[in-house]
Ligand binder design. Structure first.
Ligand SMILES: O=C(O)c1cc(=O)[nH]c(=O)n1[C@@H]1O[C@H](COP(=O)(O)O)[C@@H](O)[C@H]1O
Length: 237
């Protein structure tokens, strides 16, 4: 059985914990995500430690956001780590996104549209004209025009973004919460089944899996639910 399109966010305070989570979930999921917490504590070598012998796809979530020249240099600096996906903030603008795409041709550059932790009220406070769906759509179209092959948005907007950018762009959705799970600091959330049904290609899920009593079993359970969703819609993994 092919692993489910889930990227487990390994947001752990230490490498041992992250590697343990990775070993528990990799039989069930396609991808693990290394973010700022692990990368800044352990440096680039953390990628090899996490990838290990499993061959799991590694998503490097650094959310780069700087002038084009600096982002191009940063992207080249991580090329040797061979991440499958690298995030940049769409708000950095088209030249910055293009610079990342050109600097790292073997990696999918994913442009983060509007952070899933931001509510409609937060958007107003930072001066972004809402509603969030419109802001996400504007940023998505701009990022794809600049060469991004992947986009990060909340599952609430994924159907709109899919309709706008077509089938060839990889849509990645954090802000995923199984029924009954707490939202925590996420503002725009939906269930894994809904995110997939609405067109997401890869679901980023952290604490609902890693904070559970048995991360392997939780990942397997969500993977099974996604398989049922795909089967119901005539798709397969
Ligand atoms: O780029 C991301 O992965 C990301 C973008 C976004 O808008 N929201 C968001 O939550 N994320 C990441 O997705 C993960 C979500 O983790 P949980 O809230 O624990 O499921 C975290 O590692 C975040 O850094």
């Amino acid at each position: 059985m092919r692993p489910a399109p889930i990227a487990v966010a390994l947001d752990a305070p230490d490498l041992e914990t992250a590697a343990h989570w990775a070993s528990l979930v990799t039989p069930h999921v396609s991808t693990v995500k290394v973010g700022l917490e692990l990368y800044l504590r352990y440096g680039p070598e953390v990628i090899a430690s996490i990838r290990g012998a499993s061959g799991v796809q590694v998503f490097l979530d650094l959310k780069l956001h700087d002038i084009p020249n600096t982002v191009a240099g940063a992207a080249k600096a991580v090329a040797r780590l061979r991440p499958a996906i690298l995030t940049v903030h769409a708000g950095g603008g088209p030249a910055m996104i293009s610079a990342a795409v050109e600097a790292l041709p073997a990696t999918q550059i994913a442009a983060v549209t509007v952070l899933t932790s931001l509510s409609e009220a937060d958007l107003g406070r930072i001066g972004i004209a809402g509603p969030s769906e419109d802001a996400v759509r504007r940023l998505a179209v701009m990022a794809v025009g600049a060469g991004a092959q992947a986009l990060v948005c909340s599952p609430r907007e994924v159907a709109t973004v899919r309709a706008e950018v077509g089938p060839d762009i990889t849509l990645i959705t954090p802000g995923v919460r199984p029924v009954g799970a707490a939202s925590q600091d996420q503002a725009r959330v939906a269930t894994p089944e809904q995110a997939l049904a609405d067109g997401a290609d890869l679901l980023v899920i952290g604490r609902p899996i890693t904070g559970s009593a048995d991360p392997g079993a939780t990942a397997a359970g969500i993977a099974a639910a996604l398989r049922r969703t795909l089967a119901d819609s005539g798709r397969a993994l």
